[in-house]
Design a protein around this ligand. Structure first.
Ligand code: BG6
Length: 493
């Protein structure tokens, strides 16, 4: 096996799916705090209220249309269940959880800071000290076990007050508010956190703009502006990090999965190229440092005009991301031909079923080669260090009477994924920094808001409605991953 000696093995989480304590110690609300639970066949809902007191909800699905009435603002309503309010209660279990990660031999723990825990409305003069202190204790706990924290600055949790006031990231005002937030945390955690990423799956601005940027009116113009504002904000974050602590590295985080043509018809290849451009546009700007021509042409064709400044482009070119991190769970298949075999797909990429692959109960295909392909495509295009920061299998795990969880299907998935990664490193020479599988511990599913769709190496006793003891139980994959890490990826048995 060719993984580097200091390869960063670990697991990933996100505040809005894991922390709970959604209103504790001064935390403000964020985009996800008004998003209900759903299921594979029932969308999550963003609940809202109008000034005259009328209430309602708007279905939210990755890749689907989304709108809330112009005179309504997102709000928490009674009679709905909001899974981010409890998550799996990392807020009160962080010592125990980090202890379990240490037992598995984690070198790194990917988590996100909730912006609204630091600046409850996103725009206060002074930060919330209790919020800052919460993450400080987490980082101290990590370092006790020599675990390096890797922090996402915004994992789908734009402060709700900024959504109400500005309509989310389509407003340029968010650039400086974000800059203030990141400068605050960079200074506060200097020496404690070396690895950062700015926006989780930044291309969510195309696929799920409410999730990615708190957009309540996601027109093509607003999505383009939202992406532009996040690019500029990301470059400002790189600039600030390098000034505050030259040891810090700030990466991009992209949702990436290979896309296959269903047939060898050239028209299908063009379809793949266009779909790839929709994703790679984000890394072309944030890693490559400039807008690609194909995107500028698209904006011209669609009459999209960015509210930009000449300095924006200087920043993008001067402060690109230090590394490219990405999530990759599977692959998708597209075709221009009539085909009724629609796949549920992942991350909202519509497509058809791949007859060569198995799927889980949510329709996500298990693709044993997706990481090698993804790593090669991204390495060839950018030659920047890569990091797989999300990859894993969602399953309705069963807690047996003896408190064991036999998740051999997850071990099988992770074994194939790691061996695919290993081929990219050993055979193809890709520069790979680390692997943080999703998820270190069970947490709420982003897409469906369920607890039932579990990804963790540790089971948490909590059901879809947040009921349960919150006790932690090691799954079979726990000791398997422990051996993988101890052997630096050589022992995959
Ligand atoms: C990624 C997100 O899209 O996929 C995570 O960054 C999410 O937040 C993960 O949980 C898995 O998706 P899901 O919908 O199965 O939870």
């Amino acid at each position: 096996m060719g993984f580097k000696k200091d390869f960063l093995w670990g697991g990933a989480t996100a505040a809005n799916q894991y922390e709970g304590g959604y209103d504790q110690d001064g935390k403000g609300l964020n985009a996800i705090d008004v998003l209900t639970n759903g299921a594979v066949d029932r969308p999550r809902l963003v609940t809202w209220k109008k000034e005259d007191g009328t209430t309602g909800n708007s279905p939210f699905v990755w890749g689907g249309d989304f709108n809330i009435p112009a005179d309504a603002t997102p709000a928490i309503l009674s009679d709905y269940h909001y899974p981010s309010h409890h998550g799996t209660d990392f807020y009160h279990h962080y010592k125990e959880d980090i202890g379990l990660m240490a037992e598995m031999g984690f070198k790194v723990f990917r988590l996100s800071i909730s912006w609204s825990r630091i600046f409850p409305n996103g725009d206060e003069e002074e930060p919330n000290e209790t919020g800052l202190n919460f993450y400080k204790q987490i980082f101290e706990e990590c370092h006790k076990y020599h675990i390096e924290p890797m922090v996402t600055l915004s994992h789908y949790d734009t402060p709700l007050a900024l959504i109400k006031r500005y309509g989310g990231w389509s407003d340029r005002k968010l650039i400086n508010l974000f800059e203030k937030y990141v400068v605050t945390v960079f200074k506060y955690y200097k020496g404690q956190v070396k690895y950062w990423t700015t926006f989780n799956e930044i291309n969510a601005m195309t696929l799920a703009p409410y999730m990615g940027g708190g957009l309540t009116d996601p027109t093509p113009q607003n999505r383009a502006q939202g992406a532009h504002n996040q690019f500029v904000a990301s470059s400002l974050a790189v600039k600030a990090a390098h000034r505050i602590d030259p040891e810090m590295k700030v990466g991009q985080m992209l949702a990436y999965s290979p896309i296959y043509p269903y047939t060898c018809d050239p028209a299908d290849q063009v379809e793949i190229m266009k779909a790839q451009q929709e994703t790679l546009f984000y890394s072309d700007v944030q890693v490559g440092g400039r807008y690609p021509e194909y995107r500028l042409k698209k904006y011209e064709r669609e009459g999209i005009k960015l509210d930009d400044r000449p300095q924006d482009y200087e920043l993008l070119a001067e402060y690109p991301a230090d590394f490219l991190s990405f999530s990759c769970y599977s692959s998708s298949v597209l075709t221009t031909h009539a085909n009724d075999d629609h796949a549920a797909g992942n991350l909202g990429v519509a497509g058809v079923t791949n007859p060569y692959l198995e799927t889980n109960a949510w329709g996500w295909a298990t693709d044993p080669d997706c990481l090698r392909l993804a790593l090669n495509i991204l390495w060839d295009r950018y030659h920047k260090p890569l990091w797989v920061v999300e990859n894993g299998l969602g399953w309705a795990d069963k807690l047996e009477d003896d408190h064991k969880i036999h998740d051999d299907y997850r071990i099988k998935y992770l074994r194939a994924a790691i061996s695919s990664m290993s081929d990219a490193v050993e055979i193809d020479g890709v520069d790979l920094m680390g692997y943080t599988m999703w998820s270190a511990i069970d947490l709420v599913s982003n897409g469906t808001g369920e607890m039932k769709k579990r990804y963790g190496l540790v089971y948490v006793d909590c059901n879809d409605l947040g009921n349960g003891t919150m006790k932690r139980y090691k799954k079979d994959s726990f000791s398997w991953y422990q051996r993988v890490i101890a052997s630096n990826g050589a022992d995959l048995k």
